[in-house]
Every structure is written in structure tokens, then in C-alpha cells.
Design a protein around this ligand. Sequence first.
Ligand code: SF4
Length: 242
Amino acid sequence: MAAKNREKKRQKKTIGRDASLSLLQAYNILFARFGPQHWWPGDTPFEIMVGAVLTQNTAWTNVEKAIANLQGARALDAAVIVSASHEQLAGWLTPSGYFNIKAKRLKNFCAWYLEQGGCEALRYWPTARLRAGLLSVNGVGRETADDMLLYAFHRPVFVIDAYTRRIFSRLGLVDHDLSYEALRRYFEETLRAGTGAGRRRLVRLFNEYHALIVVLGKDVCRKRPRCGACPLAAQCSYPLES
Ligand code: SF4
């Protein structure tokens, strides 16, 4: 309870406040410690999108097994997925967990994807239209849609996940309770203004930054943080724990 109260006290009610640690500095520190992450694993944009649907609530190693099942059955294809029976698809997806729900979501996504003309058509859509389209699919939420936009379509969209919220609120840079859209705008606008980067450079930065956040959140800034092993500890306002 005391730890919870301490965390609440640390959560600021503003964003973009004067902070000793800028988003760009944090990125540079994380990159220097962890190096390039080479995200997102996947040979094609479609495989990346399938991975984005399957990665919800599970470890990536489980997603890899499910994708390997699809590949082994020559079913890593939107038309094959749509025409497969629910039982067959759920069987291929079993390693990814929640396979009944994920089979429905993946079918919904693939049906929409085919209706729009697949990647050949979608790659020409403006980002706002593409995002709205992805979000219209039952089972595709904001984080999944933004994973697809950034990693499959190379759009300058910052992905917000639970790790991002936890790490940057502990650093004292954002309010933990901000909406997804407010956090996304904060990261995108601050990094765009801080770097002056064009679209391609922003895509590379957002790609690497999200991957580095996941590494830190998974291995170091966990629910119970391992601050002694954290490269951001010197700049962090959270009560340090060893
Ligand atoms: S110092 Fe601790 S609380 Fe702060 S970001 Fe690092 S692991 Fe998280």
C-alpha cells in the first residue's frame, strides 16, 4: 500500500513538463545500454500484422510457435485463414494462448484485409484512414493497430503499451493515467520537435524506441522494479529499489 501511495504521489498531472530527462536523452541511454533490437521480427508485412494480433497477452516465443504452425500448414495467408474452420485455425494458434479468441480476431482481421485489397492497396492509404480502418476491425485495438502502422507500414506512429506508461510515469515525465491518445501525441510531438527529423528517420526512431522500452519494461522496470540494474536510474524520480 505504501509503495502504491508513493507511486501515486509521483504521478504528475501534466505532461511535457520541464524534465531533467528528455525523451531523446532516455532513448540515447537505452540504445547505448541495449543496442539495436531489429524489430519487428517477420519476413513480410502480413506476417508482422499476424504477429501483432497474436502477441496480445502472451510472450513472443509463443507467437513464434503459432506462426511456425501456420507456416508449416501453408496457412500464413489471409485467404487460407479466412477459409479455414475455426477449430483448425484455433489448433494452429494454440501456442499463442487465448486461441479461440485469437482465431476469431485473426479471421476478422484477414477478412477486412482481403476486402480492402491487401497490402498492395493498403500501403497507399493515408495514415489516418489506415488507422481508422484497422481500428474498425473487431479485436484490433489501438496498440495492435499502431504496431501494424509502425512495423508493417512504416508510418511515424508511436506505440504505447503498459511498459511505456509505467516507465515514463515512474521517470516523472508523464501522468500514469493519461489516455492512450494523449500519450501517443506526447511522444510523437516531443520527439518530432526534439529531433527535427523527417518521416523516415522518425519511423526508425519510433521503431527502435518502442523495442527498447519493451526490453527495459520486461527485464528491469518490472512491476517490482530492478532499479539497481537500470540505465535510467540516475535520472529517475521513483523511489529506487535494489
Ligand atoms: S530507475 Fe527503477 S523505476 Fe526508474 S525507470 Fe529504472 S527501473 Fe524503473
